[in-house]
Ligand binder design. Structure first.
Ligand code: ADP
Ligand code: ZN
Ligand code: MG
Length: 483
């Protein structure tokens, strides 16, 4: 491995979150009955005419600007011709010689915290094909709901040098498309798809080796595994003096290996030519400015701001900003805090990183589906800070806040959970507990000091967990000393 260096370039398809298809008004909604979302245009009937969805244009320009690309003022569409049962037109509308975005770059953060610049060759618009369904006995059926769904293809320069870098690059792409709210970023469901091009060369040499293209990975982790196995395969071939053949490889996730699928088509096999049915796309500078103004702060910038503005540890800031809706939730909760002390802010952050995320995992819901109101979380934190309730009570009532119209204050009052800080009442409870445990008291006095915890536990129990724990501790220490 040390003798060789991998060279990797990725082609990522991202399905755009437009409501209608790229060139017709059919819905892009997932899960409809097969062939329900179709019309003469996306079925490729003669005489029907495609019209560009303006949101597709807007979304791809957002992506181009967020990845430092140049945006062409004028670009055209092209037909990519091939035959496949799920492609009724016999061609896909794509872009070829004039992709709308080109010559950009992305800075990705590697595991050790260093930044690496990865070139973006191009980003172009295209439409998806339909889907062949093979699990109906001997027959193959075709569902064309997906035909014409808008995609963008992001092609990187061959700038990555390890599967770790490829993983970091994909993570960055996902973060950008989800922050821009142009794609849901879900690789398992196919909203993000990645073809990985890889070659190896002797370390220290300039010239690239022959590449292969690996397909069929449904997670970032599998892209990484596929690359590792393909790199090893290519090194094996070279070591044995055999040639690497230009071909498409399929990744078998169960076996963890890549195997050849077909020899690779070249561009000329597709007979690209300019799409005669769609006008060239023009992007006036005013339009570009308008799209630029709409681009939100992206993940890394937001994480760094969380560290300076909210004094959060970098780790916490990274977790909170990994997904935009969670970062939005956090900022809204902080905004609603009455007392914006560092402690309260850290407490909001702890709740999100702890209970909120645990419940999201348990229920397989995102933060919006959890139906927790940010101001309810702030109020809960406020109640702990001003000692109205203990941490323990807060943890107990937290799940009740999900989907609840009642504020934490209302729940606490309704259930009589206000923390007992009344010295007289607490002292009485402590005296009671000690009086009821003569055996433990004797042992304690004989030197078994870890029984201290036992008395605390009993006193908390006697007050149904409502006692202020610090006060209970102090009172028990005081009482035991007097015994
Ligand atoms: P093709 O003609 O096979 O489509 P391209 O030159 O268009 O190849 O590149 C497709 C992808 O492959 C790009 O992401 C590019 O960075 C990557 N790539 C090109 N050459 C190599 C190579 N020798 N090794 C690894 N990746 C490469
Ligand atoms: Zn249609
Ligand atoms: Mg190519």
């Amino acid at each position: 491995m040390q003798k060789y260096e991998p060279v990797i370039g990725l082609e990522v398809h991202a399905q755009m979150l437009t409501r209608s298809k790229a060139f017709c008004s059919c819905s892009t909604e997932f899960g409809a009955a097969p062939n329900h979302h179709t019309c003469p245009t996306c079925l490729g009937h003669p005489g029907s005419l495609p019209v560009l969805n303006e949101n597709l244009l807007r979304y791809i320009i957002r992506m181009g600007l967020a990845t430092n690309c140049k945006i062409r003022e004028r670009s055209i569409f092209a037909r990519k011709n091939y035959f496949y049962p799920d492609l009724p037109k016999g061609y896909q509308i794509s872009q070829y010689e004039t992709p709308i975005c080109h010559a950009g770059f992305l800075e990705v953060e590697l595991k050790d915290g260093t930044l690496k610049k990865i070139g973006i060759t191009r980003i172009h618009m295209e439409e998806d094909a339909g889907k062949s369904i093979h699990d109906f006995g001997a027959e193959t059926l075709v569902d064309l709901n997906r035909a014409g769904v808008p995609l963008i293809e992001i092609v990187s320069e061959p700038d990555m040098r390890s599967s770790d870098e490829a993983y970091a690059y994909l993570t960055a792409i996902k973060s950008i498309v989800t922050y821009l709210e142009i794609c849901d970023g879900n690789m398992e469901e196919g909203s993000l798809r990645c073809d990985a091009n890889v070659s190896v060369r002797l370390r220290g040499t300039e010239k690239f080796g022959q590449k292969t293209e690996v397909k069929n990975m449904n997670s970032f982790r599998n892209v990484q595994r596929a690359l590792e196995s393909e790199i090893e395969r290519q090194i094996g071939l070279i070591e044995r003096g055999e040639p690497v053949i230009h071909q498409t490889m399929l990744f078998d996730a169960n076996k963890g290996i890549t195997r050849p699928m077909r020899s690779k088509e070249d561009a000329h096999d597709y007979r690209y030519f300019p799409e005669p049915d769609i006008l060239p796309v023009t992007v006036p500078p005013t339009y570009l400015d308008e799209v630029r103004r709409d681009i939100p702060e992206l993940q890394r910038a937001r994480r760094d701001r969380f560290v300076t503005e909210y004094k959060l540890p970098k780790y916490d800031a990274g977790v909170l900003t990994a997904e935009k809706p969670i970062a939005d939730f956090f900022e809204e909760a902080v905004h609603e805090l009455h007392n914006k002390s560092e402690d309260s802010i850290k407490s909001v952050s702890n709740y999100i990183m702890g209970d909120v995320m645990r419940l999201m995992t348990e229920r397989k819901e995102n933060i919006l589906q959890l139906k927790l109101q940010p101001r309810h979380l702030s109020e809960l934190v406020g109640l702990i800070q001003n000692k109205t309730i203990s941490n323990k009570i807060a943890k107990d009532i937290f799940p009740e806040l999900l989907g609840s119209p009642d504020s934490p204050k209302a729940i606490v009052e309704k259930r009589g959970l206000v923390q007992v800080t009344d010295m007289v009442a607490l002292r009485e409870a402590v005296r009671d507990v000690i009086a009821k445990s003569p055996g433990q008291l004797a042992q304690y006095k004989a030197g078994k000091v870890n029984l201290f915890g036992y008395f605390v536990g009993q006193a908390m129990k006697a007050t149904q967990g409502k006692a202020n724990p610090q006060m209970i501790n102090d009172l028990i220490r005081e009482a035991l000393e007097q015994e």
